[in-house]
Design a protein around this ligand. Sequence first.
Ligand code: PHE
Length: 472
Amino acid sequence: MTEQRGNWTSSAGFILAATGSAIGLGNLWKFPFITWENNGGAFVLVYLVCIAAVGLPIMMAELLIGRKTQKSAVGALKEAVGPAWGLVGMWGVLCGFILLSYYTVIAGWSLFFFAKTAGWMVGGFPAGASLGEIFTEQSANGTLQLGLSLGFSIATVSVVYFGVQKGIEKIARLFLPILFLILALLFTVSFAMEGSGEALAFIFRPSFGELDGGSVLEALGHAFFTLSLGMGAMITYGSYIARNQSVVKASGIIVLLDTVIALVATVIMFTVIFTAGMQDQVSETGTVGMLFISLPQLFFAEGVVPGGRFLAPLFYVLVALAALTSTMSLLEVVASYVIDEHGIARGKATLMCGGAVFVFTILAALSFGGADFATSMSVPGPIGDLFFAGKTSWFGMADHFVSNWMLPTGGLAITIAAGWFMAREASEGELVDDTTPGWFSYDVWAFFIRFVAPAAVAAIIIAVLFFGVDFS
Ligand code: PHE
């Protein structure tokens, strides 16, 4: 490795980049919907417990492994824990590869809905248009899907190409504040709307009668996804942190921001839905429905969202920016592995990895009716049921396998590595120094990383294995 490794220019730059990785489609697309499916209140509370008890300690573990070794996922685990642990890093790189391949497709949809809503902002909402149909048609149009995801992939590659400082950090510094502003604007508007009281009650008033074991596990699985944990993204970002920054403080801020943004986005979406009385349609249209079917329509409905026609395109800009700051961290995991472990220059490595991922993006883009073989692909028999829950498209299988298998197993391995195989001096040396905030206790962290987090994650895996719980 002769090339000079990049470093974040400042603590704020790093925190924005890592927060940008965490805040993404998980916050805007997945979290509101699973909160809906699980009847809000109690589910949200359990999710918050998972974030604090499992997510936060693992965030610290990944960042410290990265900073200690100044290497990306594979090299970092090899050096911090031992040569065999490189396999866990490889598992993470593979996971990033697959996750990026299909995440890009949903990100592409935000470009489509931006264009649509911008058109309606100018020309007016077409009378009698059905958002359900518009959605189904665009997702089944193979050429359109390939175009949208190619556009998004090119954007991702262009950022990572320029490296940590001139690419990733620069874009995060520019986009994250814009994202916060748009969200703050939408949040303010939502308070003036009738449904906001009902939305808040739904999200924050717990009623434990409605919670089952499956919901608890779903909350835990989503905690990994939303914080970008379990696949080495935070190890990689951690490897660019300078010595004089506190890993503990950064972890606290990233986790807090991600959580606040998920809740704010959920309040906004539910307020719109309750104001319009659209609860039934939302339940019918499934996971994609809330973000791409119900919301676009409601922005244009009479008397629902004040200034809705102007806010609609802005909302999809928000989705696209959030997605891009996540896709660039996914590509960075794959590219930095090739750069660090195979000594290939960043420019070439980024293009190679971006191109290779795109081959699989093609399959994901054609999974919604664009091409038969991708839409109806499945793995039959018990193996298919276990690993892919009988899903029948490339997209469905990939998402299920990543969320239910790759992230939890990767996360489990990382907690075991940090808690049981790294020497105390090594982890303590990274976490505790004169920049460490006063609320932090190394022994409490060690207890969570050794016992609480692995037990919780093992519980997910056992539940999936023996009870077939699906939280993708
Ligand atoms: N955290 C991102 C989101 O919520 C997804 C992601 C997972 C990004 C893993 C990078 C690594 O959308």
